[in-house]
Design a protein around this ligand. Structure first.
Ligand code: GLN
Length: 286
């Protein structure tokens, strides 16, 4: 096995840092041998079959082209859980874990009805379903392929989420109402393309990332309007946002009558998420 490890290190040298290579080596061996790294050590696997060698070569060539390891291995970690990912969905980001953490810390009542708009891999919906007792979780996406992955992720993590295909930009018909509405919609402006990593641009779904420069709040405005219709009084809306748009989104939420608006930074110190509440209607106002 030492020789195989050396081959992997040599192939990836220069493309990744030494500590990244250590992590990748472990992931590659686990994938190729279909067992945990501990298993590889205890089983004393010291020889790869022809099939395993070809699988390893395929993985290495994809990694060398810059494809994110999550797509190559088909899995990504999120909030201590494992999610299947393909190039149909964004790779779950640590910022989104922070958003989930915020939602969990503020919503301790049992049985909330939750909707995740633009669920992608399902990471937000599935994690909320897993961590809030008796939550009734719904999730929408425009992409049929994404919904299929998200449904697999609900099953893999043993939770029930109700998935629906829905384009948020199309007219919505009033139906259910929710206690929590959450979305991490596309928010990268086309003019920001130059600041992005090649492995994001070349491999992740553009449909999940980009908004036109002349309408960067497109999804936020639509979702906020939908939230006025679909949230219960006192229900909460949570967004992940573009770090340059915090004050504008806060203002938009204020204009539409939301209260308890809070803008929060991620661990990197960037404005990254917003929470707002739909006001409770007082008797005297009715
Ligand atoms: N945070 C992601 C990125 O930087 C973007 C996610 C999104 O557009 N919703 O690539």
């Amino acid at each position: 096995m030492q020789q195989t490890i050396q081959t992997i290190r040599r192939e990836l040298n220069g493309l990744y840092t030494s500590s990244e290579i250590t992590v990748l080596t472990r992931l590659i061996l686990e994938e190729v041998c279909s067992t945990s790294f501990a298993g590889i050590a205890t089983d004393k696997i010291n020889h790869l079959s022809g099939f395993q060698t070809r699988k390893m070569e395929d993985i290495l060539s994809r990694l060398k082209r810059g494809e994110p390891h999550q797509y190559v291995m088909g899995r990504a970690a999120f909030y201590g859980m494992e999610f299947r990912v393909t190039s149909d969905v964004l790779i779950p980001r640590p910022e989104t874990e922070e958003l989930v953490e915020w939602i969990l810390s503020e919503n301790t009542a049992e049985k909330p009805v939750i909707l995740d708009m633009g669920t992608g891999s399902g990471c937000i919906a599935v994690t909320l379903a897993k961590n809030i007792p008796f939550a009734n979780v719904w999730a929408w996406d425009i992409s049929e392929n994404a919904l299929q992955i998200a449904a697999e992720n609900a099953e893999r993590n043993s939770v029930t989420v109700h998935f629906f295909r829905q384009d948020i930009l199309q007219p919505l018909t009033p139906g259910m109402t929710y206690d929590i509405l959450v979305s991490n919609p596309p928010y990268v402006m086309e003019s920001e393309t130059g600041d992005m990593e090649r492995n994001v641009l070349d491999f992740e779904p553009r449909e999940a990332l980009f908004v036109p420069d002349d309408n960067p709040l497109l999804f936020y405005e639509r979702i906020t309007d939908a939230a006025l219709m679909m949230l219960n009084d006192g229900g909460r809306l949570y967004f992940e946002i573009n770090r340059s748009k915090g004050p504008e989104i806060v203002e938009m939420l204020e204009d539409r009558g939301f209260v308890e608006i809070k803008l929060r930074k991620d661990v990197s110190g960037n404005d990254r998420m917003i929470r707002a509440e739909k006001p409770r209607v007082h008797e005297e106002d009715q």
